[in-house]
Unconditional design. Structure first.
Length: 132
């Protein structure tokens, strides 16, 4: 792995995810990018589901289009879908979605699993943004 060849890099989620993709599909630049595009698509879908109850279908669609467009702009590294920010944003939106799900459940006791998942997702988001 590249992490083992370069001294000074800590074990974090980004490098571990890259190692996992390389172990499954071989060293390639296309699979991490495909994973990044899938993360953007999944995050767009989660944003739609998150915003729709509060803003309606049109507001959720506008939010999804704005997010999808912002992730594709050249000035926001749209040409590099495997950048750590893609996965950081996906984990952050997943955490927000899990918190909203826990909030909407009838009993506080029934939302504990969603809140634990949100904590793990936020931890992963922070790990993706860690500087080396």
């Amino acid at each position: 792995s590249i992490r083992r060849r370069l001294p000074g890099f800590d074990l974090d989620v980004e490098w571990s995810a890259g190692d996992g993709v390389a172990a499954l599909f071989g060293p390639s630049v296309w699979m991490p990018r495909a994973l990044g595009v899938a993360c953007v698509a999944g995050t767009t879908w989660l944003l739609y589901r998150l915003v729709r109850p509060a803003a309606g279908s049109f507001g959720a669609f506008a939010t999804s289009v704005a997010f999808g467009g912002a992730m594709c702009w050249r000035s926001t590294d749209g040409g590099y879908p495997a950048a750590c920010e893609t996965f950081m944003v996906a984990c952050s939106v997943l955490a927000l979605s899990l918190i909203a799900r826990a909030w909407s459940l009838p009993s506080p006791r029934s939302g504990w699993l969603a809140l634990c998942g949100a904590g793990f997702a936020l931890g992963a988001a922070v790990s993706f943004k860690q500087e080396h």
